[in-house]
Design a protein around this ligand. Structure first.
Ligand code: ADP
Ligand code: MG
Length: 637
């Protein structure tokens, strides 16, 4: 057995690697830059976790979501692997200690959120760190061509220069061909990189699109026919609740889920759904990340997402166990105008962006020239209420500020309360003598956390600490607050709010320069992706073929199980009619350019209506071009 397989067995208990894991790991171990394209659930994490254990030193992992980082760190530790994470909102001392452990200790994997890469502390100490591998998870985030661009990812190439001999592994589950190229360029891939792509085809997943006026009735119909666990995605928080109630009243076990619920509510609902206590989860797109439930039989979208990357990820949560499953999109022409409206709102004017910027300045009282690198709690809704701002537009404005590199927003994270003693031992002793009541918690903390005198102590279990004093938690918190006020300790209460981090020195709204070119570019890309999603819903071609073509697999066969292939689609095309007409039109145009009339003449009259649809489709897709005389010719391809 080779070393990597031994490690797989020893730490994970798995007998063999899945397709491509092997090859990817070898490529990394041979010191090559490597790109791994694998669908969600394909097992990307092991592709850097195993090499991390094979080699000496630390594997640095860049990941965009704090929740996912924490999850992975927890899982690794459970297996006895030393792992840590550094992200915004953590106390400086804590970051300091963790990075030190990576330099001098035996940390094997260090997860870092991308905006931390430009901090001096990391840039300085990385030079002393023995970094075996730089892994970039969700690597599509580095590309402005992609649907989930995160500007902090652009710190990676600069950062990489500090460890020029370390190989890089980029991983993603959703990348169109243009994004794949861009990733390699942006991450400064070295020549002779290894590129590995697992097909995104899912032979057990039947995709369908149904044109429906009354979506709820159709939903009920689907959930009555397909047995087993399911997810229903809806576009707004409000709808998730309404639909769950509707289903519940009709006798289907359902719950709703969105980011506005408390962490406790969310984890309870999620657990109930995973264990099967609840059959259907009605959710916004906040649901599903990092959830690994194999037996999801049906995923229904009540609203069309504004890009196929998101649709593919969400629909792909069905049938991970390889058994037959259904992913259904309920579509009505109204969805198109909804998306178009959202598109408008996603790109507010610069005046509106400046207003949001100004409000942030007042809220955090940032002086001009200060604020770089500072993180604060941030809650969108109260913020908008305080400054009378429109929520949707403010959200879009923040996104634009983020994409332009002014700030980053992270999701809510739970951080435990921390305590640090800030007086000399004698002074503390003095204080204990004078304050008999507060002597108790001081002694208990110092006993519980050995060697805790000079360091930052995360109080991970307040309940137990309070219990051991026979106090209530509130009582303990009061005591800590008094100690803080008396400048004996520095006490920071627990946090569970999203964080906003300012990335540049504060400027006045008038000096806030937004990059117009980039703004226009992203607007154009957004428009492009949105239209691709609409076209998916409206085009009667094998759904699987359409999705795969979008991700660059142009040679796939018709799946045989989607609504189009099985003829369940209510559009007038039967079987492979659409494909046949398309092929014939293309053949005609290969010979000479023709106008619509001339094309129609080449077919029997009964095909007219269908031909017009096919021609329109081919034209909109850019497969056909039209010249000045209204004649069609073949486009680039
Ligand atoms: P991805 O990041 O590609 O979405 P993950 O790395 O989260 O996927 O892995 C998905 C699941 O597959 C995890 O539960 C993981 O333990 C499991 N898995 C990965 N590789 C193997 C393997 N070789 N054998 C068995 N299970 C595996
Ligand atoms: Mg992953």
């Amino acid at each position: 057995m080779d070393r990597k397989t031994e490690i797989l067995k020893e730490f994970w208990g798995f007998d063999s690697f899945r397709p491509l894991q092997d090859e990817i790991i070898d490529s990394v171990l041979n010191g090559k830059d490597t790109l791994a394209l694998m669908p969600t659930g394909g097992g990307k994490s092991l592709c850097f976790q195993v090499p991390a254990l094979v080699e000496d030193g630390v594997c640095l992992v860049i990941s965009p979501l704090i929740a996912l980082m924490k999850d992975q760190v927890k899982n690794l530790r459970k297996r006895g692997i030393k792992a840590d994470a550094v992200f915004s909102g953590m106390h400086y001392k804590e970051i300091d200690r963790i990075i030190d452990n990576a330099v001098y200790g035996d940390t094997k994997l260090l997860y870092v959120s991308p905006e931390r890469l430009q901090t001096d502390i990391l840039k300085e100490r990385i030079k002393k760190m023995n970094v075996s591998l730089l892994a970039i998870d969700e690597a599509h985030c580095v590309s402005q061509w992609g649907y989930d661009f995160r500007p902090a990812y652009l710190n990676i190439p600069e950062f990489r220069k500090l460890i020029p001999y370390t190989p890089l592994l980029a991983l993603t589950a959703t990348a169109t061909p243009d994004v794949v190229d861009d990733i390699q360029e942006k991450l400064a891939f070295k020549p002779e990189a290894g590129i590995f792509q697992k097909s995104f085809g899912r032979s057990n997943l039947s995709y369908s699109v149904f044109q429906e006026e009354n979506k709820r009735v159709k939903l009920f119909d689907i959930l009555s026919k397909v047995k087993g666990s399911g997810v229903v995605y809806a576009g707004t928080r409000r709808k998730t609740k309404d639909i769950a109630v509707y289903l519940y009243r009709k006798g289907i076990s359902a719950e709703f889920y969105h980011a506005g619920l408390t962490p406790d509510q969310r984890s309870k609902k999620q657990d109930d759904w995973i264990s099967g206590k609840i059959r259907i989860m009605v959710a916004t797109n906040a649901f599903g990340m990092g959830i690994d439930k194999p037996d999801v039989r049906v995923v229904v979208h009540m609203d069309l997402p504004n890009n196929l990357e998101a649709y593919f990820q969400e629909a792909g949560r069905g049938g991970r166990d390889g058994k037959k499953s259904y992913s259904v999109l309920l579509y009505s022409p109204k969805d198109k105008s909804t998306l178009e409206k959202q598109y408008e709102q996603s790109f507010p004017e610069s005046g509106e962006i400046k207003r949001v910027w100004q409000a942030l300045g007042s809220k955090y009282q940032l002086a001009i020239g200060a604020g770089k690198g500072d993180s604060f709690d941030f809650d969108l809704i109260p913020f908008c209420e305080t400054y009378s701002l429109d929520i949707v537009k403010t959200h879009s404005a923040l996104k634009i500020l983020e994409q332009d590199g002014w700030l980053t927003l992270s999701e809510a994270v739970h951080l435990p309360p921390t305590v640090k003693f800030i007086v000399e031992k004698e002074a503390l002793y003095d204080y204990q003598l004078k304050n008999k009541k507060l002597d108790k918690p001081i002694r208990r903390i110092l006993q519980t956390y050995q060697g805790g005198y000079n360091r930052l102590i995360p109080l991970k279990n307040m309940g137990r600490l309070a219990g051991s004093l026979k106090w209530s938690q509130e009582h303990l918190i009061k005591a800590l607050e008094i100690l803080h006020r008396d400048e004996i300790i520095e006490f920071r209460p627990a946090k569970d709010k999203p964080q906003i981090t300012f990335l540049r020195e504060r400027r006045g709204a008038n000096d806030l320069q937004l990059n117009k070119e980039r703004y226009d570019f992203r607007k154009e890309r957004h428009f492009f992706r949105m239209n691709k999603a609409i076209s998916y819903a409206e085009t009667p071609i094998c759904r699987s073929k359409q999705l795969l073509a979008y991700f660059g697999e142009t040679e796939s066969d018709a799946c045989g199980i989607c609504d189009v292939c099985t003829g369940r689609n209510q559009s007038e095309f039967k079987g492979d009619e659409f494909e046949r007409l398309k092929t014939k039109i293309l053949r005609l145009l290969k010979r000479e350019n023709l106008n619509t009339e001339e094309i129609l003449e080449a077919f029997a009259p009964k095909w007219e209506v269908k031909l017009l649809k096919v021609i329109q489709y081919l034209y909109e897709e850019g497969i056909l071009l039209m010249d000045k005389e209204d004649k069609f010719s073949l486009g680039k391809e």
